[in-house]
Write a protein that binds this ligand. Structure first.
Ligand SMILES: [Zn+2]
Length: 197
């Protein structure tokens, strides 16, 4: 039987024979199947991996924020999440809603690390009605430092690249020295007759 099924990537219907099946495991342990056009498969997989990375980095970021703010992770109010997502998506709306055009969650986490002490210090000179206010204040500090961390990363990248070049040069020099100073192969090893004279 060749019934038509919907592709989980492009949304178009297709014959089952033209589809590959992705079996997905739920947290409960049960599985369900997604049909994907053979032609859509590679894009489907790379998109799936992208979304998994996004999810992981987002979780790591929320964990870090909770740690810096000093609250259990389950006490980060869900009303705060859209603010983080907005930063991730990018603020400039050129055509409709921008989608994941801003800094990555991993980069935002780096900025939080960079601002860690500043955010902690806020508690000593400012009081907040609730944790939400503190979270927004911390986020404002982070937003103000995005450019600084970007510049820092660029500098680190340049330094690392220079270091790589230096190390490569040293490697080449070592190699040249090894070639130069390589001792001549021993003559005695295979010829025992020398000792018998
Ligand atoms: Zn498709």
């Amino acid at each position: 039987m060749n019934r038509e099924v919907k592709c989980a990537y492009c949304g178009e219907k297709g014959k089952k024979i033209d589809m590959k099946v992705d079996e997905i495991q739920r947290q409960s342990g049960t599985t369900f199947k997604k049909n994907v056009h053979i032609a859509c498969w590679d894009q489907y997989i790379s998109n799936k991996q992208f979304l998994e990375t996004e999810k992981k980095e987002r979780e790591d970021l929320i964990t870090l924020i909770a740690e810096i703010i000093n609250i259990p992770i389950n006490e980060v109010p869900s009303s705060f999440f859209p603010f983080i997502e907005q930063l991730r998506n990018g603020n400039e709306k050129i055509k409709g809603t921008k989608y994941k055009q801003g800094p990555t969650y991993a980069f935002i986490a780096d900025v939080y690390e960079y601002c860690r002490q500043d955010i902690i210090d806020v508690r000593s000179y400012k009081s907040f009605d609730d944790v939400f206010g503190y979270l927004l204040y911390g986020l404002a500090i982070v937003k103000n430092n995005i450019y600084n961390v970007k510049r820092l990363h660029e500098t680190q990248k340049i330094v690392a690249e220079k270091q790589d070049i230096i190390e490569q040069q040293i490697d080449i020099e070592h190699l040249e020295q090894e070639v130069e100073y390589k001792p001549a192969a021993s003559k005695t090893s295979n010829d025992i007759s020398d000792f018998l004279d």
